[in-house]
Design a protein around this ligand. Sequence first.
Ligand code: ADP
Ligand code: MG
Ligand code: MG
Length: 895
Amino acid sequence: MASLPKTDTSDRYVYRFGGGVSDGGQGDKNLLGGKGANLDGMASIGLPVPPGFTISTAMCTRYYDEGGQFPQSLRDEVATGIAHIEGITGKSFGDEADPLLVSVRSGARTSMPGMMDTVLNLGLNDRTVEGLAQASGDARFAWDSYRRFIQMYADVVLELDHGAFEEALEIAKEDKGFHLDTDLTSEDLEALVDRYKALVEQQWGKPFPQDVHDQLWGAVGAVFGSWQSERAKVYRRLHDIPGSWGTAVNVQAMVFGNMGETSATGVAFTRDPSTGERAYYGEFLINAQGEDVVAGIRTPQYLTLAARERAGAKAASMQEAMPAVYDELAKVFDLLETHYRDMQDIEFTVQQGKLWMLQTRAGKRTAKAALKIAVDMANEGLITREEAIGRVDPAALDQLLHPTLDPKAPRDVIAKGLPASPGAASGKAVFDADSAERMAAAGEAVILVRVETSPEDIHGMHAARGILTARGGMTSHAAVVARGMGRPCVSGVGSLAIDARAKLFRVGGREVTAGDILTIDGATGEVMLGEVATVQPELAGDFGVLMEWADGVRRLKVRANAETPLDCRTARQFGAEGVGLCRTEHMFFDAGRITSVRQMILAEDEKGRRAALEKLLPEQRSDFAEIFEIMAGLPVTIRLLDPPLHEFLPHEEGEFAEVAAATGIDVEKLKRRAAELHEFNPMLGHRGCRLGVTYPEIYEIQARAIFEAAVAVANKTGDAPIPEVMVPLVATRRELELMKAVIDKAAEAVFAETGTRLEYLVGTMIELPRAALKAGEIAEVGAFFSFGTNDLTQTALGVSRDDAARFLGVYVEQGIYAKDPFVSLDIEGVGELIQLAAERGRKTRPDIKLGICGEHGGDPASIAFCEAIGLDYVSASPYRVPIARLAAAQAALKP
Ligand code: ADP
Ligand code: MG
Ligand code: MG
């Protein structure tokens, strides 16, 4: 393959592809953008790609650095690029006899809505259009291309009001009583071009540019300009894409899908992006161009016979209509999958029976499809199991673990559309993106209802639980974006008559207005009125297989934060290897117990407290016994009472009266005692082990309940649990020492009474900076540390989690913290405390058990950090256990 000598790449901006020339070395995405890199890649493996060239992302950066100017050297390079295309196609740019037409396409490193739309058919003007008509022998095609070009150029480069152009097209059709663009004759289109040119002059104040080079530079400038558009910026913010990346520009010879019945344009996936099934999947349109397929101008036709039959559609599939080209395309799909070793999303055009490839990229897919494709490809030998593990985004698993519609639940189906993105969602109908965002911020579940979506709706789609559109196919904007975001979506519900301004839609004689509850099922395409009951997901199949592979490579153990039997069972189903945090106070809020708890708190002396605690003992014992049985043979970490006592205090008269009745203490006295317990800063007040230090009987009786339960379960099942008794909020060695003595004494008493001895551990949470610093000393007493990263973040940053919402957003925006430190661990700061504590703890006690509990235990980035510093386990909420298992495996595989 011919290739330019790679001299100094630093001042080189144009890279040619196609026709046996490849300057790009098969695709550096950072330099050429994703689209450019893969065009070069496809051409290099011998696929039919129209020749072209890519202006690199480096030029975008330089363009902005130099205040929106192009250097002279770029003009020379672009001339070389155009000459390359001319050489291969045998046509000349601007030639009045047989003109070369090109497309100008934006292309960032990752595909990015919000960037400039593609301009097609560039190079047409009043004279070249005649040449094109002559040379092609098809005047209709020439004028169709010209009207498309003016409309696109006016919209995306000149940024004129596109409504006026669409209206002119509608009028042209109406005048003749036509429904379809394809019905318009050559003369109709010529008249439409005149109308379009007049519109340009009216709105822009200048005639439509006739110089083809002006057209080209205008389009190139517009691509670079769109990098800083509001839409692009919003998208970058949502997806953590740095502004410094820039976009590339691709200029490529046009091929024409609008040259009659043997021409077509289409989009395809090499596997089903919804289900992951290994079947070609896509849509195409005969005698059409560019994005006609996704724009919903005509109803697209299916690619394969099987898909057409399954959908019960009448229009011929590509497999039937163009069997030879279809076979060639199918071969290309397989070649691309083998080459890129991933499912591909492809754009192609057929010009008079000849296939041309215009784009390929790794296809966006649902979590379900990601799982299936990863497992299938590993089984097919296309990728390794390790790669399969890396292919699934742990956070996306969330989609699969959540409920789907209960098939037995009654449902009031009002319409049916395309199953564009799976999952079920219920919420209030809203008709614009801003309202969706506002209501979601106020905590409401909403379904965004649009005729069709566009990049301006992204924020609303993100905020909505589900998306419903009246227009657009399986590859429409709504469908693609929803799948990427993991939002359920039903698209193309043609029967919906939406009146967005009146905020309502009508369907089948019924009216749905803003605020009415809708349910959509993205797996079936059903739209229902009201909320529909849901069922738990299926955890076997591909999910089970991938999890098994992940378990095979991960080193970190994964436990669950769980205190109810239900949570414990869910956690085990999801593969938890024990309980990392059982918060005993959650057991106290139970209606039957709270009075005894209050009695304990309000008691005036130890005797009163003991009397109340004795009532709680059997209850706690049976709770623990149940948890130990569910977690048979696995470690269970039980945290002794932690929160400030006032959280349990009675507030209302009736509640005081209940406690008075139970204790015989009068209400006034109880109220006085409650007032005494008031704290100014309860999170730093009388809580955690401070309760145990001042009222040891509380921890003593809790410990007794734990050991009695453990002994009972050991004797009943023969499978002795391993209780890990955890003391919260320790700052000093002495605190832990005192509490350990209380716990050990309770254990000894129970073992002596029952004649059964058990193994158990006493350890502590590390959730205060002082504890992290003094971990070496604390490890002399404690057998394990569990990093309580919620409190450790609060105390290390001096930020109250409950009050942070007001300013944390700005902090993240300003880059003070990269992410919300309560969601993703502040690795630099809090992480350093954890690392230091782990090191000091291990130095004292080499076999000390180390883990984290708290929100961060289910966050992939935080889990990667836990792996890096060699903790023993992470503990996450039950639904996040699978996410943690996969994230732990990915972390272990990281070099
Ligand atoms: P996007 O990034 O929005 O997908 P593209 O640059 O891929 O935009 O262009 C959109 C569509 O325009 C393509 O799918 C293809 O159908 C059409 N297109 C782009 N370049 C050409 C070309 N050189 N010849 C024919 N059609 C083209
Ligand atoms: Mg586009
Ligand atoms: Mg494209």
